[in-house]
Design a binder for this molecule. Structure first.
Ligand SMILES: [Zn+2]
Length: 323
């Protein structure tokens, strides 16, 4: 048990905190998407064919082999289109509608928050979206939204539904199936640049690329509102020790607090929701007033937000019922 938190995993204790809270920040990671069945491509079993995501999600990889990188993203677009938002996405969207003092920052690029009708002004997509395409030329700012799958005929092998049985492997993921040869000329090109000069690329933030400055400024301004501290920080489906989630959570904990509160260490309650949240090493990091709930992010969130939203019924495809 963590030193100062006898109630660290008590749902009623969290509900009591929620009842007196106005400003709430959520930071979401891949675990929330995993609850909708989407692969995270991180950690054990996180390979795509025999590639690590880190070897495909970089500007250098796109420069070297745009066809391979596009197949990886075309596959992820198709899987995201097949997936459905889960109870967690709906809970966060409903909380945003009921509480204008709630903002959600998400590292997920699968569009599931948007499909759960999360109010756009209270949703910040830190890493962009699989469904934005942008010009790969640094001197062109063309971008467009696109939900086609396949995106173009050359990427059709990626637009194959996942096999119904867990023992079958998607043909594109089987390293013994050779990849289709992909000539860059068959990939989508920027319509604003001279013909056949610049490829379009996925509108996501790759490893080694910075987050957008205007986005970071808007988040910083929202967190640092003078004299209006944040009451709860929900860290969902991410370990909370990896940047940027950890950075925002720590900043939000003490933002807007008086000097006296800072000296006494009185800040927001940070609430960790992920599969490993209650492992000993993670519990040791909790501070006074923090919570940790281990489990499927979608299901746990539905339970934590019941007082605001009503009871969640019907599992993953369900809805909130107010008594
Ligand atoms: Zn262009």
């Amino acid at each position: 048990m963590p030193p100062h938190n006898p109630n660290y995993n008590s749902v009623p204790a969290f509900h009591a905190k929620l009842a007196t809270s106005r400003r709430i920040l959520a930071v979401c990671g891949a675990g929330l998407s995993a609850s909708s069945g989407l692969a995270t491509f991180r950690g054990a079993g996180g390979m795509w064919r025999n590639y690590e995501a880190m070897d495909l999600a970089t500007p250098e990889a796109f420069e070297r082999d745009p066809g391979l990188v596009w197949l990886f993203y075309a596959y992820r677009r198709h899987m995201a289109l097949q997936a459905k938002p889960n109870a967690g996405h709906y809970a966060l969207a409903e909380l945003a509608r009921r509480n204008p003092g709630f903002w959600c920052l998400s590292q997920n690029v699968d569009n599931l928050h948007v499909r759960a009708d999360h109010p756009p002004s209270q949703l910040k997509l830190l890493h962009g979206s699989l469904f934005m395409l942008k010009c790969a030329s640094p001197t062109c700012d063309y971008q467009t939204e696109n939900y086609d799958s396949p995106l173009c005929p050359a990427l059709a092998p990626a637009a194959v539904n996942a096999p119904a049985s867990a023992t079958e492997i998607h043909p594109l993921l089987d390293p013994s199936n050779p990849l289709p040869p992909l000539d860059p000329s068959t990939l989508p090109h920027c319509p604003r640049c001279p013909p056949n000069t610049s490829l379009l690329r996925p509108g996501v933030v790759w490893f080694g690329e910075p987050l957008s400055d205007p986005l970071l400024t808007s988040i910083d301004t929202w967190i640092e509102q003078p004299n209006t501290p944040i009451d709860i920080v929900l860290v969902i489906g991410t370990s909370g020790v990896v940047w940027p989630a950890a950075g925002f959570a720590e900043q939000a904990r003490m933002a807007g607090r008086t000097r006296e509160e800072k000296e006494k260490g009185i800040g927001a309650s940070v609430v960790h929701v992920n599969l490993e949240a209650e492992e000993e090493g993670n519990l040791r990091r909790l501070e006074e007033g923090d919570f940790a709930f281990a489990g499927d992010a979608g299901e746990v969130l539905g339970r934590l937000l019941e007082p605001v939203l009503g009871r969640w019924e019907g599992g993953k495809g369900g809805r909130f019922v107010r008594e």
